[in-house]
Design a protein around this ligand. Structure first.
Ligand SMILES: NC(=O)c1ccc[n+]([C@@H]2O[C@H](COP(=O)([O-])OP(=O)(O)OC[C@H]3O[C@@H](n4cnc5c(N)ncnc54)[C@H](OP(=O)(O)O)[C@@H]3O)[C@@H](O)[C@H]2O)c1
Length: 363
């Protein structure tokens, strides 16, 4: 299978944005503030949900092609999504060739053992006894190096733009904090090496609960400590530049919960801390895994001020995510080209003013 060289570049991603003048006034394209100043779309295509079957592969490949052709240059996947089939489906869309590799920001994740592989990986010594958490999760360096190679092969790429440790809090629940951060440091050392070799552009953590819980919770992730670890490993030029966390109308904790510190108290929100620590935030589950389809009337009425009258609840919910200060982009699972088209309508409207969103979250 042909492998595509290269990774996203500042010039090529800016050229991608310039090819969509219809979004020029709507703040759809944003420059990442930390690390390489890539230009990304305010919505990204996610690939988590759906059956592990040929029909869903075809649907994701077509939706991804429609996204790339329509103004979305952020693609998100993980090796375990749909038993590696989501990565392969994105690989098909990327190989179709409509959009040069350098214009697209491709992200994947490692940590969860992909379906059907555990016994094989244990036999090969990729996962050693004691490294597996919850029976499904590993972040040992040898394992991560193997997973990165496999993801690149699945996607048909020579390099990824962003590589996430997937829900590292899964390990935290079973380990002392000291042991957890020791393992995280070892993982960061591996990821910095991969970045130095040009296999990844940057790395981060994609978490479900870790940044949305209070500091005394078992699964809490300390963003300041993670950045300090990356600095210890690689200095100020470290490549720990991304977090991915759920953020949507029903899960606003990244904005509302004051659970992180930057060097010292007071506690601030994850969005605030990430901004100050030089980390880009990508929102996941922007439609709450597809469940945000019937908004409460007062929420709908509030958001309607910022979109045309015919906008659907999904468009309103996405406008909320992409309007939140500190959120670089919102990921939306899209296996239907019709959903890509619908969601791009929201992206063509300027974001809601921050004060108005604050009022909604406080109500
Ligand atoms: N811990 C983590 O790292 C983590 C956790 C969750 C998610 N994520 C990432 O975030 C991405 C997004 O989250 P998600 O896929 O779980 O959920 P989501 O984006 O909140 O919702 C996706 C669902 O909404 C549907 N949808 C999309 N646009 C729509 C529209 N305009 N109208 C009606 N329905 C619409 C999709 O349908 P179709 O698919 O049929 O188009 C799909 O069923 C994931 O794909 C993944 O990449 C990461």
């Amino acid at each position: 299978m042909r492998t595509q060289a290269g990774m996203a570049t500042p010039a090529a991603t800016a050229a991608y944005a310039a090819a969509f003048p219809q979004f020029a006034a709507s703040g759809h394209f944003r420059k990442l503030r930390c690390g390489a100043p890539l230009t990304i779309s305010s919505l990204g295509l996610g690939t988590y949900l759906g059956q592990a079957d040929d029909a869903t592969d075809d649907a994701y490949a077509m939706a991804a092609a429609a996204a790339l052709a329509g103004g979305i240059n952020l693609l998100d996947t993980a090796i375990n999504y749909r038993h590696q089939r989501s990565e392969r489906a994105l690989g098909r869309a990327l190989r179709a060739g409509g959009t040069p590799r350098e214009r697209v920001v491709v992200c994947s994740k490692a940590g969860y053992v992909p379906g059907g592989e555990l016994a094989n990986y244990m036999r090969l010594g990729l996962i050693r006894p004691g490294e597996l958490a919850a029976g499904v999760h590993c972040m040992a360096p040898v394992y991560l190096a193997h997973q990165l190679e496999r993801s690149l092969e699945n996607l048909g790429l020579e390099a990824l733009d962003v590589y996430y440790l997937h829900n590292p809090e899964t390990q935290q629940a079973e380990l002392s904090r000291e042991e957890f951060y020791r393992r995280l440091r070892a993982a960061f050392e591996l990821l910095e090496k991969q970045a130095a070799q040009g296999r990844i552009g940057a790395y981060g953590v994609a978490t479900w609960s870790g940044l949305r819980v209070p500091p005394d919770a078992n699964d809490y992730l300390d963003l300041n400590r993670m950045v300090a670890l990356a600095r210890e490993v690689a200095g100020e030029g470290h490549r720990f530049r991304f977090v991915q966390l759920p953020y949507n109308l029903a899960m606003p904790e990244a904005y509302t919960l004051l659970n992180q510190t930057v060097e010292k108290p007071p506690y601030v929100s994850s969005l605030n801390a990430a901004f100050r620590l030089g980390v880009n935030v990508i929102a996941s589950a922007s439609l709450m895994n597809g469940r945000l389809q019937a908004l409460p009337e007062e929420v709908r009425a509030h958001l309607r001020q910022f979109l045309p009258p015919a906008a659907s609840d999904a468009e309103l919910a996405l406008q909320f995510v992409r309007s939140t200060g500190g959120v670089a982009a919102g990921l939306v699972g899209m296996a239907q080209a019709a959903h890509v088209a619908c969601n791009l309508r929201a992206a063509a409207v300027p974001p809601a003013p921050p004060a108005q969103l604050g009022r909604l979250l406080q109500s």
